[in-house]
Design a binder for this molecule. Structure first.
Ligand SMILES: [Fe+2]
Length: 275
């Protein structure tokens, strides 16, 4: 059995080498090889998270505070990193800071946004730490590189634009994943991926079910999400997601990160070109 697995692994590894991967070969086995191949060949991949207790993660949706900057949205967020020993640690406060280049919504662009942190009962869960570690490994992230992890979502009646005017956009980083936690009484919310901000070159359309995750190279692709519409009018709709991203190319965010986390490993090339 072991020999068969090794042969399959070797085949996948040579497939990955053939498509000229820049760096990593994750060793933990957390991700299927198809994820590694797709991320390398097309800069995105959709998969199901096999190693989490989804219902336990969903139990953290109940007490999310409202997003003070965006109507009908709820959010918590924390900055994390892998320390020098490779263990997940929670960092202190640093605001979200998306420059106008990366956010077309007037309510968010060029503003510092402060949110309540993720609860320690969540970030200290073994399956959360294992996910963050594996996520960092997927992208070959350096130790002490800040990772932004958010739980956010919308609930209500009628129809809502979950992006609140952001349209087709990039989040201003290299590595981004979106995982759906729940999706109740919802139609729409299709994620579309494009090569260009104008949306002329569509490369993929993805609808995520609870427990599924979309990985993407945010510096290579733009994304959008359709309006969310209530299916059954007698009950509210609800869709909550985890967004996790790292390696920021947004100079505004990098300046804030440097100020709040002097020891952090940042995307220095971008930082230097900004100064
Ligand atoms: Fe986004």
């Amino acid at each position: 059995m072991k020999i068969m697995q090794k042969l399959a692994q070797d085949r996948h590894l040579s497939a990955i080498e053939a498509i000229n991967v820049e760096h990593w070969i994750p060793e933990s086995g957390y991700w299927d090889f198809s994820v590694l191949e797709e991320v390398a060949s097309q800069s995105w991949s959709k998969t199901r998270l096999a190693h989490i207790d989804l219902s336990a993660w969903q139990s953290f949706l109940g007490d999310l505070p409202r997003d003070p900057y965006v109507n009908r949205r709820w959010k918590r967020m924390s900055w994390l990193h892998l320390n020098d020993e490779g263990e997940v640690e929670t960092l202190g406060e640093c605001p979200m800071a998306q420059g106008g280049r990366f956010n077309d919504a007037a309510s968010m662009a060029d503003r510092l946004r402060y949110y309540e942190p993720l609860l320690p009962e969540f970030t200290e869960r073994e399956d959360v730490k294992a996910f963050v570690k594996a996520w960092a490994e997927l992208w070959g992230l350096e130790r002490r590189a800040p990772i932004l992890m958010q739980i956010t979502g919308v609930r209500g009646d009628g129809t809502v634009d979950p992006l609140q005017g952001q349209g087709i956009h990039a989040d201003g980083c290299k590595y981004l994943s979106i995982m759906v936690l729940n999706r109740d009484n919802v139609s729409g919310a299709v994620n579309t991926l494009y090569r260009d901000k104008a949306g002329q070159q569509e490369v993929g359309r993805v609808t995520l079910a609870p427990g599924e995750v979309l990985h993407l190279r945010d510096d290579r692709l733009f994304h959008s999400v359709d309006a969310i519409t209530q299916c059954e009018p007698s009950a509210p709709f609800e869709r909550f997601i985890i967004i996790i991203n790292a390696c920021f190319v947004d100079e505004f965010q990098n300046r804030m990160l440097r100020r709040h986390f002097p020891q952090a490993v940042l995307n220095e090339a971008m930082l230097e070109s900004a100064s």
